[in-house]
Design a protein around this ligand. Structure first.
Ligand SMILES: Cc1cc2nc3c(=O)[nH]c(=O)nc-3n(C[C@H](O)[C@H](O)[C@H](O)COP(=O)(O)O)c2cc1C
Length: 354
């Protein structure tokens, strides 16, 4: 637990803005990613003492995942560090969320650590370089040994009623580079975005995206369209979750990602200062785990095997991942535990699971 004892205290030191640290760490991973030699060295160091194991490999939606532990969207929004992240042992990486227009996001500070509860609150607001810049970077990236997911979101300046074209334009630019696409309708930090969970809006959005993926597949001579996942919010009630499942089945979405961050502050300990609790934004990490599990159980009960689920929210240990898989998920993603547990988290969970 060298990371927790020595590195984390230095990174989390008083007075250091959480986002500044994030940028530094991402910058280091980006430097590694630019050098195939350093990337190979990182992979070798990260594998030390941990023999590669194929026992957890699986196929989902026609894609082969060497292990079921993925890095969730939001960590590498602009795809600057993907090879280094893969070298750390993730079985898949989801980049983004990417919007059609480049945007700077909300004013800083916008990322807060609730250290006593191993949680984060963020209101980043989809800061990213835009679909064209991210596509140009992905075009230069070497081929990856794991699936790459691309999360798509709505640009802030685009009115909700024009969201569909905004998503389609991003999809067109990024299409060649993603192994699967995730429609993000569940960030709490873009005003109005979550209204896209409503039946008619979601129906129109998925119909258009699925049609575009079918069209591109036909053009490319692919046997099947690239998979399309829908990422849902944890703040929906059962009726709303059931409706999302119904629309996804109708419109032939490939699967679900559950869940994004929550606007609820339930389950925080008394150790979290009132000022932090009151920060606006989405909560992630340990306090989200039980809600994420119950959402996955509900979605799985409704959809069965027709919609594979990527479970996400508060996964820190092999036991957490096992419970998520038992709840009905076929793959798991994490973000917050990467911050709290460090770069060995994916390999540790894989080892504990196997
Ligand atoms: C700082 C931060 C930024 C995030 N940005 C995105 C994003 O751009 N798109 C997205 O779909 N989810 C985003 N998320 C949500 C995560 O992908 C994940 O769904 C959520 O944090 C729950 O998982 P966790 O408890 O393992 O962190 C973000 C989370 C954090 C903490």
């Amino acid at each position: 637990m060298f990371y927790r004892r020595a590195i984390r205290p230095a990174l989390f030191g008083v007075g250091r803005d959480a986002e500044t640290i994030h940028e530094r760490v991402l910058g280091m991973l980006a430097s590694v990613s630019r050098s195939p030699t350093l990337t190979a060295a990182l992979a070798a160091a990260s594998r030390l003492g941990q023999p590669a194991s194929d026992t957890l490999a699986r196929e989902v939606c026609g894609l082969r995942f060497p292990n079921p532990i993925g890095l969730a969207a939001g960590f590498d929004k602009n795809a600057v560090a993907v090879p280094a992240l893969v070298a750390l042992g993730f079985g898949f990486v989801e980049i983004g969320t990417v919007t059609y227009h480049a945007q700077s996001g909300n004013p800083r500070p916008r990322l807060f650590r609730l250290t006593s509860d191993e949680a984060l609150v963020n209101r980043m607001g989809f800061n990213n370089q835009g679909a064209a810049a991210v596509a140009a970077r992905l075009a230069r990236m070497p081929k990856l040994p794991v699936p790459l997911g691309i999360s798509l979101g709505k640009s802030k300046i685009t009115p909700l009623d024009e969201a569909l074209d905004d998503y389609l334009q991003s999809l067109d630019l990024l299409y060649p580079y993603g192994d699967y696409f995730a429609v993000n309708i569940s960030s709490p930090n873009t005003p109005g975005l979550r209204a896209l969970h409503e039946r008619d809006r979601l129906d129109a959005l998925l119909a258009a995206l699925a049609a575009r993926l079918r069209y591109r597949a036909a053009n490319d001579g692919r046997a099947a369209p690239k998979p399309l996942f829908v990422k849902v919010a944890p703040d929906l009630d059962d009726a709303a979750l059931d409706e999302v499942v119904a629309v996804c089945l109708d419109r032939e979405a490939s699967g679900l990602i559950a869940v994004n961050t929550t606007v609820s502050r339930d389950g925080l300990s008394a150790g979290v200062p009132q000022a932090l609790r009151a920060e606006q934004g989405g909560l992630s990490g340990r306090p989200l785990r039980e809600r994420a599990l119950s959402v996955v159980r509900r979605l799985h009960a409704r959809a069965g095997d027709r919609l594979p689920i990527i479970g996400c929210g508060g996964i820190f240990t092999g036991e957490d991942a096992r419970r998520m898989l038992d709840a009905g998920a076929v793959l798991v993603q994490l973000y917050t535990s990467f911050i709290y547990e460090g770069p060995g988290i994916a390999r540790r969970i894989v080892r504990d699971l196997s």
